[in-house]
Ligand binder design. Structure first.
Ligand code: DC
Length: 217
């Protein structure tokens, strides 16, 4: 089983990079953030309070989430663009902090990894908790200023507002008690602040190849 775990804070470029790493290595790709975003949308649609851990956890257990190519399908409906809207950005970290939600998502993610016999999996807790046996763990980061600017370049918005929204999500993601955002002790830290996408992808693919050589030799 070959797993490349790519964790890191919001706006570090994980999705862009992970998709390209998947293409170059021929491995399937899983965006675990999209799964938490689907749960957040289902919670808002149901009109449930985001801090009601029991009710939110029940929704997380009951939803059907399919991630096919770049599409996110929630209970049979294509929600690919809905899960990227600012309202979801503002609630997803609170919803993702509930243990009930994390347990439900973690078990789906582990099932996916086993059914695909590996993959490039990006998120916050892949190398630490979801798949701690991954042979290649990357913690992808960049300075807060660079991350905010990249998000603005990608989706527009005011850079100060985007920066504070990212900072708030990182705060919630890294201080929750269940599987907080943090680098695994054996992760390679890649700071992409001054790197192009191509350089980051090449760097990760090189790290991955080194693992292959180590294993062979
Ligand atoms: O990567 P993203 O921005 O799409 O993730 C959305 C939110 O989901 C993020 O704020 C934290 C949460 N998340 C998580 O807690 N664990 C993961 N493995 C992936 C995402």
């Amino acid at each position: 089983m070959t797993v490349i775990a790519i964790d890191g804070p919001a706006g570090a470029g994980k999705s862009t990079v992970a998709k390209l790493v998947a293409q170059q290595t021929g491995l399937p790709y899983l965006d675990t953030g999209a799964m938490y975003r689907c749960v957040a949308l289902a919670v808002l649609n149901a009109g449930v309070k985001i801090d009601d851990e029991h009710a939110v956890g029940k929704i997380a257990q009951d939803v059907t989430i399919e991630l096919i190519d770049d599409k996110a399908i929630l209970n049979g409906v294509d929600v690919s663009s809905d899960i990227r809207n600012p309202e979801i950005n503002s609630v997803v970290s609170v919803i993702a902090a509930h243990s009930t939600v994390r347990q439900a998502m973690r078990s789906q993610q582990q099932k996916w990894i086993h059914s695909m016999a590996g993959g490039v999996v990006e998120g916050r807790d892949i190398g630490t908790v979801v798949f701690p046996n991954a042979e290649c763990k990357i913690f992808l980061t960049a300075s807060p200023e660079v991350r905010a600017q990249r998000r603005v370049d990608q989706s527009g918005g005011d850079v100060q507002q985007v920066a504070s929204s990212i900072a708030e999500r990182d705060r919630i993601d890294s201080t929750r008690s269940d599987s907080p955002l943090k680098p695994s002790a054996d992760a390679h830290i890649v700071d992409s602040s001054t790197m192009t996408t191509e350089q980051v992808v090449a760097c990760i693919v090189n790290i991955f190849k080194t693992f292959g050589e180590d294993a062979d030799g």
